[in-house]
Design a binder for this molecule. Structure first.
Ligand SMILES: *Cc1c(COP(=O)(O)O)cnc(C)c1O
Length: 464
């Protein structure tokens, strides 16, 4: 009995010491390791290393979802071995993807949602590039048909997200970006029309501009483009970058006209992993009608004995994001999404109101009418003992990531700061952030900043 006990103890101790080996020496960092280590020890090491990342929930810079239901984690886990690209092997995952496309076409008021075409992507960036390619192809086909040159395509946008700069550079399209001017950050119909010509493949308004969270005036632009067509015969299509707004406007602002209700809108992209509430790695693009997606961009893959069209820049990726997106759609429905977005909107607007009450800030976006959150600048830089970069830096002490950054070209002397109010930023958490912000201001009253901190030094996240 005693002998048996000792043996057992010894083997237990051996287990403990082999697992605690990771405590004693640093792990390899730049050379491929020679030997193996215990799985639990390796896990612990990697787990510990990740502690040094910022806390995603406190990252108020990102539009991306940082809180998901346990069921979503479970589905992600169940799909970790399913390759979304193998439509033949995993036909049911393919089916869920296709259902999501039709549900989105319905949500965005496509004329015939059951026959709309689209696909999932890794995010809005891939979706935007696919949308841009389709527009470039359609424009080129028409130019060829008319016997006109097709070597100088251009695309018109406002303060666009980096994906449009990528699209333009990678696919040789001139980006005609409308600079900000005075208090106008968004594109205006006049500024759009000035830039249109026969080489314009599309105008791309953003629903939820990265810098200030506001919607660009899609309907006004569409009306101006109608006039342009009537007068000069130029038929310029619209693609909407609704990365965040595509999952906000249908629930909070159903009367805002921005989607397929406008016939000039040919395609829409959105990020499932932003207000679509899917986990990271999920985006969507939907075309108004099948003929808006040129046939020669589409590849056919084997699927349940037949073939299925695919259009993507990536190949293999897991099916979990799509399964989780479908889960969210059936779990929440329009009512569930509306409830969640309303509380996000309230939190963003509440935060803006509190900031305004300090008398130190001017609210650039008050959280109403666009994407949930708010955006502000310092009312009078000569009155404060800090810059927004200082404030962002000080908030990092408590783990909050609240970026400060200059507005885009044309207004880049204006520095703003913003938060996104996502699912997971409760009114309570937002209250704690606000208290920390007041504490930070007090800190600068006692220790005035020399205001030399630059954007790079303030660190944190920027979107460019
Ligand atoms: C986030 C965002 C993108 C890029 O989307 P990802 O899903 O991160 O690839 C593009 N456009 C806008 C307006 C965005 O907000």
């Amino acid at each position: 009995m005693a002998l048996h006990g000792t043996k057992e103890l010894n083997s237990q101790l051996a287990g403990i010491t082999s697992k605690s080996a990771f405590l004693e020496k640093p792990i390899p960092k730049y050379r491929f390791p020679k030997g193996e280590i215990d799985s639990a020890a390796a896990y612990q090491l990697v787990h510990d290393e990740l502690l040094l990342d910022g806390n995603a929930r406190q990252n108020l810079a990102t539009f991306c979802q940082t809180w998901v239901e346990p069921e979503v984690r479970q589905l992600m886990n169940e799909c970790v071995d399913k390759n979304l690209v193998d439509k033949d092997e995993y036909p049911q995952t393919a089916e869920l993807e296709s259902r999501c496309v039709h549900m989105l076409a319905d949500l965005w008021n496509a004329p015939d949602a059951a026959n709309a075409v689209g696909c999932s992507t890794t995010g809005s960036s891939e979706a935007a590039i696919l949308g841009g390619l389709a527009l470039k192809w359609k424009w080129r086909e028409k130019r060829q048909r008319d016997g006109k040159p097709f070597d100088r395509p251009n695309l018109i946008c406002g303060p666009a997200q980096i994906c449009w700069h990528k699209f333009a550079r990678y696919f040789d399209v001139e980006l005609r970006q409308i600079p900000c001017e005075g208090s106008r950050v968004l594109m205006s119909a006049d500024e759009v029309i000035k830039r249109c010509d026969e080489n314009t493949i599309a105008v791309v308004p953003t629903l939820g501009v990265t810098f200030t969270l506001q919607y660009e005036p899609v309907h006004k632009i569409a009306l101006a483009l109608n006039d342009l067509e009537e007068e000069f015969g130029l038929d310029v299509p619209l693609h909407i970058d609704a990365a965040s707004g595509g999952f906000v406007a249908p629930f909070l602002h159903p009367d805002v006209l921005w989607d397929f209700r406008i016939s000039r809108v040919k395609s829409i992209n959105a990020s499932g992993h932003k207000f679509g509430l899917a986990p990271l790695g999920c985006g969507w693009i939907v075309w108004r009608e099948a003929h808006d997606l040129p046939e020669d961009l589409v590849f056919r893959v084997k699927y349940l004995g037949g073939s299925m069209p695919t259009f993507a820049l990536n190949f293999s990726r897991p099916g979990g994001q799509v399964a989780s997106q479908y889960y969210n759609f059936i779990r929440l429905g329009r009512e569930g999404y509306a409830k969640i977005l309303q509380s996000c909107e309230e939190v963003g607007a509440w935060f803006g109101d509190q900031l305004a009450k300090t008398g130190l800030f001017q609210i650039v976006y008050d959280g109403r009418g666009g994407v949930p959150g708010c955006c502000w600048k310092i009312l009078d830089e000569t009155e404060t003992r800090f810059t927004l970069y200082d404030l962002a830096d000080r908030l990092r002490v408590r783990g909050w990531q609240v970026p400060a950054y200059p507005l885009p070209a044309g207004c880049s002397d204006v520095v703003v700061q913003r938060i996104l109010a996502r699912l997971g930023l409760s009114r309570d958490l937002a209250g704690m952030l606000f208290e920390d912000l007041l504490r930070a201001i007090k800190h600068f009253e006692a220790h005035p900043s020399d205001k030399s901190l630059s954007r790079q030094e303030a660190g944190g996240y920027h979107h460019r």
